[in-house]
Design a protein around this ligand. Structure first.
Ligand code: ADE
Ligand code: ZN
Length: 322
């Protein structure tokens, strides 16, 4: 069955990672930037594994050079989300890509993104909020600068701070200063953990960064005691099954641990991560979950209830989504 129009909340979506290939190719053409190694012969993003994925992601991002480019990107992303029934999304945005962590430039990018998000909200009803994201393989010093940008712009629209990038580099705790800075500014916290790192990475995220949610977190399944901790403490996982399958973490949806985690009492939500990179949409995620686990409207409503409870937006916005 098609779940395209079923109302959905999405908590884990990288804005550059949601850029349609056509959009990136168009911008590259306008700016005469050569992106040959980014696409395959059919025009899809080309990568073989996670390290290559990160390189292609960053190469594609090179065409996004101005606040206006991010405005156009934000519109394209929100239109795709709305077409898939998404009524509320939180997106990861990096000052690393938006102004090189310069606070003045970051404010300009943010203003442009918020302006178009408000315009699209008025047109399509979809609500967007931002999570400022540091990039782990850029190192802890840059993460500190990113956290300062986050802290300075924390409010109704920038509602969280997070970390993506290569999870195999350093430890979560090496970024504690950045997370402490963001927490003190009132931001809610999430970090990618337990995607490429094992259960220990998730424990570090909980103990050393004191995050509210975990990006992915699926490898908790390898440690039953940790599964119990996640369930007991009601730490919400932002699970992206299609991303995990496309990057080779699991063979297919049926082998994915989302159903086992849910059945063990862990609070799970579903997102797309970087949808065109993984040939997915929110509609497709739901279809695959139905096919693999027989999930239906009740299961999907429960996922969205969990997402609503875990959303970083203010209570009035949350109330408007009920
Ligand atoms: N950045 C964009 N997508 C990511 C992923 N799946 N893991 C880590 N960093 C990312
Ligand atoms: Zn991610």
């Amino acid at each position: 069955m098609s779940w395209k129009t079923f109302p959905k909340l999405e908590l884990h979506l990288h804005i550059e990672g949601a850029a349609p290939p056509k959009f990136i190719r168009g911008l590259a053409q306008e700016k005469s930037i050569n992106l040959d190694r980014v696409f395959d012969e059919r025009g899809a993003y080309a990568y073989r594994d996670f390290p290559e994925f990160l390189k292609v992601y960053e190469a594609a991002t090179q065409v996004l050079k101005t606040p206006r480019d991010y405005q156009r990107l934000t519109r394209a992303v929100l239109e795709n989300c709305a077409e898939n029934g998404v009524i509320y999304a939180e997106t990861f945005i990096s000052p690393d890509f938006c102004g090189g962590r310069d606070l003045g430039a970051w404010r300009e990018y943010l203003h442009a993104i918020q302006e178009i998000a408000a315009e699209v909200e008025a047109e399509l009803g979809i609500i967007l909020r931002g999570i400022v994201t540091c990039i782990r393989h850029f190192g802890p010093e840059k993460a500190k600068e990113t956290a300062i940008c986050a802290a300075e712009t924390a409010g109704d629209w920038i509602v969280g701070f997070g970390m993506g990038g290569d999870e195999t580099i350093l430890r979560q705790g090496d970024y504690a200063w950045a997370f402490d800075c963001a927490r003190e500014a009132g931001l809610r916290l999430t970090t990618h953990a337990g995607e490429w790192g094992g259960p220990d990475a998730i424990r570090q995220a909980i103990d050393d960064l004191r995050v509210d949610r975990i990006g992915h977190g699926v490898r908790a399944i390898e440690d039953p005691r940790l599964v119990d901790i996640l369930a007991e403490r009601e730490i919400v996982l932002e699970i992206c099954p299609g991303s995990n399958v496309a990057l080779g973490l699991y063979r297919n949806f049926a082998a994915h641990p989302i159903a086992r985690l849910r059945d063990a009492g862990v609070k799970v939500t579903v997102s797309t991560d970087d949808p065109p990179f993984f040939h997915t949409t929110m509609g497709r995620e739901y279809e695959e979950l139905e096919r693999a686990f027989g999930w239906g409207a009740e299961d999907f409503a429960a996922l969205n209830d969990t997402a609503l409870g875990a959303a970083f937006c203010d209570p009035a916005t949350r109330e408007s989504l009920k």
